[in-house]
Design a protein around this ligand. Structure first.
Ligand SMILES: Cc1ncc(COP(=O)(O)O)c(C=O)c1O
Length: 470
């Protein structure tokens, strides 16, 4: 075993990992990356088919982001946001505000203007900030016991507030004693929806579902039940267009707009977790997924792709109205009491500025559109295999749900570890990704070439054939 792998085994504790399994085999030790390619310590190359856990946007070692960080390094790496402003964080805040306020059609429901940015470190803290802001804001505007509604299966991070908003029993049960209660409403999971009366087809379940938007009626009922109790939810929390860690569950077109209007009608704040969906991931030409449905949230949480996947930095965007609710005399203590040592980190902000500039270039827009088409074409080739139950693509994210037989939608059991085994077989073919249960995630960096895309999908197909036959 390589010396670095030995050191890892001896000392490193990996996230969301059963370490007993981890210690059974030599880990892949990544030492280099370029574009969509990762290289390990033994010189073997792999395609980064989940963009290093959904963070990388434009590829590794991107010359423009590298140069921006190097320029910043020559000035300063970090100074505190407690008491001081800094150059790249000020510029980045302005650029994020510009990107987060597109022109909405007149029909869009009262689009608030997002013009304040609170920086933090990662997706969990961006959501924790959104939650704390919404909680305080609600208390200050008349709600004594603010309550939140989020989606079944939701994952919003690992800090206690973010976990409280989440509804994945497998992860969250372990902390139940530490959490506060939030309500949940089913997510519109068309493939396994109890209201979808359509038989399985060889197509994305959103396209052949037979229903009457019962998922929207359920949300409506949640709000009206709350109203009957003389209350309304403080915030409606969602991942727009696609729920990630829930199992790459996409929303049928129109769901977000309909449910957002219901929430707004009840005076409820919209809190969008765009940690995964942000920065062009969901296509449609807009940086943020909510805007694809003409929904403007009151709070947007951003992380992962913010720095192009280079550095841990996050941001929570909100409105002047929120900001004003925290203004007061020093001894009124209306201050937002929250912050991190690395808030507004200068290296992170420099990387984020460069990443945003690349994202907004015509070249990147064209490349993403082209890649999306190739991606879609490649994914279609998977339908003939019996173990692919649903193939759901939103922009440059795909979730491919493995089943025992597509005609019955029968699930693999957890003990069968189907997703993990498929990803191990893909790694043997030089393609790295990580499953969410039995859902294989493909989320290529935007610089992925057609040939690389083809390889990612064929590695998946061959792995399925190897493990489960044709
Ligand atoms: C939608 C969403 N929100 C929040 C998080 C938490 O982000 P982080 O791991 O950066 O804390 C994740 C992480 O996967 C996520 O997918």
């Amino acid at each position: 075993m390589h010396k670095l792998a030995q050191l890892d085994h001896k000392h490193v504790w990996h996230p969301f990992t059963q370490m007993k399994d981890w210690l059974k085999q030599e880990p892949i030790v990544i030492v280099e990356g370029k574009g969509a390619v990762l290289r390990d310590v033994n010189g073997r190359e792999y395609l980064d088919a989940n963009s290093s856990i959904w963070t990388n946007l434009h590829g590794h070692k991107h010359p423009k982001i590298n140069a921006a960080i190097q320029r910043q390094l020559k000035k300063i790496s970090h100074s505190s946001a407690l008491g001081f402003a800094n150059e790249p964080a000020s510029l980045l805040a302005k650029n994020l505000v510009d990107a987060a306020n597109p022109k909405f059609p007149r029909s869009a429901f009262r689009a608030p203007r997002l013009n304040k940015v609170f920086f933090s470190d990662d997706g969990s803290t961006a959501m924790e900030v959104a939650l704390k802001l919404a909680y305080q804001f609600s208390r200050r505007t008349g709600k004594q016991r603010p309550k939140f509604l989020s989606l079944d299966g939701a994952y919003h991070g690992d800090t206690i507030g973010a976990v409280s908003l989440g509804h994945i029993d497998l992860f969250h049960k372990a902390y139940s004693g530490l959490l506060f209660k939030t309500d949940k409403t089913p997510s519109p999971y068309c493939y396994r929806c109890p209201h979808n009366r359509a038989k399985p087809e060889r197509a994305d379940a959103r396209d052949y579902r037979k229903c009457n938007w019962e998922c929207v009626s359920t949300v409506e009922k949640k709000f009206s039940d709350q109203k009957k109790r003389g209350e309304s939810y403080a915030g409606f929390v969602f991942e727009p267009l696609m729920q990630g860690a829930a199992g790459m569950i996409p929303q049928p077109k129109g769901w977000l707009q309909k449910t957002s209007e219901i929430a707004r009608g009840h005076g409820t704040l919209l809190i969008a977790d765009e940690v995964m969906t942000g920065f062009g991931r969901t296509g449609g030409g807009t940086p943020f997924a909510s805007h694809n449905e003409n929904v403007q949230p009151d709070l947007i949480a951003l992380a992962k792709g913010l720095t192009g996947g280079y550095l841990p930095m996050a941001a929570t965007l909100t409105t002047q109205k929120f900001f004003d609710a925290f203004l007061g005399e020093y001894d009124e203590f209306k201050t937002f009491f929250h912050g991190h040592s690395f808030t507004g980190n200068q290296l992170g902000a420099a990387a984020a500025l460069a990443s945003l500039e690349i994202l907004q270039s015509q070249k990147s827009t064209n490349d993403r559109e082209r890649l999306e088409t190739v991606f879609s074409k490649e994914l279609q080739t998977l339908w003939p295999l019996k173990n692919f139950g649903d193939i759901r693509q939103v922009g440059l994210i795909a979730g491919i749900e493995l089943v025992k037989d597509w005609q019955t939608r029968e699930r693999f059991t957890l003990a069968e570890r189907a997703g993990i085994r498929v990803c191990e077989a893909m790694a043997r073919r030089g393609v790295l990704t990580r499953p969410v249960g039995s859902v294989i995630v493909l989320m290529p960096p935007y610089c992925t070439t057609g040939a690389q895309m083809q390889k990612m999908v064929s590695a998946l197909r061959e792995s399925i054939e190897e493990l489960f036959g044709k």
